[in-house]
Design a protein around this ligand. Structure first.
Ligand code: MG
Length: 365
């Protein structure tokens, strides 16, 4: 039986992006056939998903990811897991000519140069799921005519709080994101604005723009998801209600568009106003650090990512304060000797070394 269904696998189907992707796919049943679902550790949920969506196979944990990403029956793989486990399977999928809908940040932050070079070599599309990059992807028609990228940031829960409030924030306060409902790690990153730092680095790799051609603007309503400025001064922005369903659906159905999971029509008059302001780099120095590490390139961003993630975990465990996340990350970056053009093995070795170093440092505080 021939079918025009797009064959898709989801890495990280039990996570925040993965479950929302399955909600999209449920609405577009006649458009997709699921090859494989891979979950992190939620066995029960993965089983439920398997019963409902009947993939050819499922896998739990890291094992099996290589198998999924080598399966050339896939037209596209949604890489929605968090953390570095997404990196090697993504490279495998690229080498097998399978398009990638990319929600995993580490893939580009840790190995953007390698991943984008491999994608080019194998003619593979990397379609971003992150709302900001998805917005830019939608705005760009002719990339040679684009002057700069403008990434919006909601500013997180501490946008208009004092630096002291932020320094003494509890885990609950940091997790109370005003606009987006996301996983814990990324929600803390949104509170420190490190999430924006990581997104600057991703944008650099995805679209091939120098760091001084990537701006960040705070936009608390999260309606403008990002914009680009053309050489002639025209600005094209992508707008929409803040729901991850939209960018997920765009990425997995690209270049088609369907009604899908859309629940509400967009109304300018209901939104009434859109505000923009400069990010406060004193309160959110993570953004500055990300620019610096991005410009250094190589393992600098690997170090920043690893140190930040370990510090976020320590914050979630109640071991350090919110502002310490930046201080610790900065310290690790200052002490790191950058490898300019690392191999994948060197990237993983740096990641491991920095994580151990960060954990030890936090333990001895
Ligand atoms: Mg984002």
């Amino acid at each position: 039986m021939g079918s025009n269904k797009r064959k898709i696998s989801i890495i990280g189907s039990t996570g925040s992006i993965g479950t929302q992707a399955l909600e999209v796919i449920e609405k577009l049943k006649d458009k997709f056939e699921i090859i494989a679902l891979a979950g992190g550790h939620n066995k029960e949920l993965l089983q439920k998903q398997a019963d409902k969506f009947k993939p050819k196979y499922t896998c739990l944990g890291e094992e099996g990811l290589e198998k999924i990403c080598s399966d050339k029956e896939n037209d596209i793989i949604l890489v929605a897991c968090s953390g570095k486990i997404g990196l090697r399977p993504t490279l495998t999928a690229i080498k097998n000519g399978i398009d990638i809908a990319l929600a995993n940040k580490e893939t580009l932050v840790m190995a953007g140069d390698i991943v984008m070079a491999e994608a080019k070599k194998h003619g593979v599309k990397i379609i971003p799921v992150d709302s900001e990059h998805c917005a830019i992807h939608q705005c760009i028609k002719n990339i040679d005519q684009v002057e700069k990228l403008i990434i919006t940031a909601s500013g997180g829960p501490f946008l208009h709080k004092s630096l002291d409030d932020m320094k003494n924030a509890t885990v609950e306060q940091a997790l109370a994101h005003p606009r987006w409902n996301m996983g814990k790690k990324i929600t803390v990153d949104s509170a420190t604005l490190m999430n924006k730092g990581l997104e600057i680095i991703e944008a650099h790799h995805l679209f091939g723009f120098d760091y001084d051609k990537i701006d960040v603007v705070v936009h608390p309503q999260s309606i403008v998801h990002s914009a680009i400025e053309y050489k002639d001064g025209s600005v094209i922005a992508q707008l929409g209600l803040p729901s991850m369903h939209i960018p997920i659906q765009y990425a997995i159905t690209y270049p088609e568009r369907y009604e899908g999971i859309k629940s509400k029509s967009f109304s300018f008059s209901e939104i009434a106003r859109l505000d923009f302001e400069k990010p406060d780099l004193e309160k959110f120095p993570t953004v500055k650090l990300a620019y610096e590490m991005g410009k250094l390139g190589g393992t600098a961003t690997v170090c920043m990512n690893a140190a930040n993630e370990e510090a976020v975990f320590a914050f979630l465990d109640g071991k350090i304060k919110l502002y310490n996340i930046y201080e610790i990350t900065k310290k690790m970056c200052d002490e790191h000797t950058v490898i300019k053009q690392p191999t994948i093995d060197e990237i993983f070795a740096t990641d491991k070394e920095i994580r151990e170093k960060t954990k030890n440092y936090i333990q001895n505080l």
